[in-house]
Design a protein around this ligand. Structure first.
Ligand code: 6PG
Length: 247
């Protein structure tokens, strides 16, 4: 990792999301100034919903070079894209339907397809096609937005599931026992190749896990979120006051 993780505390979801939107405007502007496309990977769940609404709002949308932004998914539930659990559905409702230019650069994880291994291979090929890694290298995303569950999972890398141990595939299906459901997820090789990863974590129910993840005791168990340790990248934790209560 370039430097240790940056930790920023916010009053609540609103100022946390505004700060994240400002960061995305700054980063995409820097890259666009060099005429290069920007790759941004979006998590699902609830926390980033407000951020996606802000990115689609007049305050931020007009500042974003959407034609030069490729949007990827960090993970997806293996449900139809219009299902209430679909991450794509949330991203579409909060962002893509409001910003047509964003929709044209969006790369959907087609996790509803029956052959999940082929779906994972196809998405890995799409990452390679857009990000053009050097031979034998891992595609390098410019910015990855992550969340964290109170079990310490991130993306769909859940404790006691197969995907956290995967060190070769870039994308893979992952059965999650606690939900009795298959997911599709980026793996640590791709996540840890990213230039920048920003966790957005809010809520008192996450405070204990945040304390364990950010201040692990000797011999403490490793949570998947602690596996986010890019060799040449920066990790940022954006926390609301409730989630940061114990650190
Ligand atoms: C998902 C997400 C997942 C999410 C965490 C936190 O598919 O659910 O990608 O990794 O970031 O579960 O979810 P909340 O933001 O809803 O707490």
């Amino acid at each position: 990792m370039t430097n240790g993780p940056e930790i920023r505390r916010f009053n609540g979801i609103e100022d946390m999301s505004e700060a994240a939107a400002g960061l995305i405007v700054a980063r995409t502007g820097e890259k666009a100034a060099n005429g290069k496309p920007f790759s941004l990977a979006l998590s699902g769940g609830n926390t980033p919903r407000r951020l996606y609404q802000l990115l689609a709002s007049d305050a931020f949308s007009a500042q974003l070079p959407w034609q030069q932004i490729h949007l990827f998914q960090v993970d997806e539930r293996c449900v139809p894209p219009d299902h209430s659990l679909s991450n794509f559905r949330m991203i579409r409702e909060e962002l893509l339907d409001r910003v047509p230019a964003a929709k044209s650069g969006f790369h959907r994880m087609e996790a509803e397809r029956p052959d999940l291994d082929q779906t994972a291979r196809d998405y890995a090929n799409e990452l390679a096609h857009i990000l053009q890694p050097a031979p034998g290298q891992v595609p390098r995303l410019d910015l990855v937005l992550l969340g964290m569950g109170n079990d310490g999972h991130t993306a769909s890398l859940f404790p006691a599931s197969k995907a956290p141990a995967e060190m070769k595939l870039w994308v893979m299906p992952n059965y999650v026992e606690k939900f009795h459901m298959n997911r599709m997820t980026l793996t640590f090789p791709v996540l840890n190749a990213a230039a920048e990863l920003v966790f957005l974590v809010a809520g008192a129910d996450k405070a204990e896990t945040i304390q364990k993840v950010l201040h692990p005791g000797q011999g403490a168990p490793q949570f998947p979120a602690q596996g986010i340790c890019p060799a040449n990248g920066q990790v940022r934790w954006y926390l609301d006051a409730d989630a940061a209560r114990l650190i």
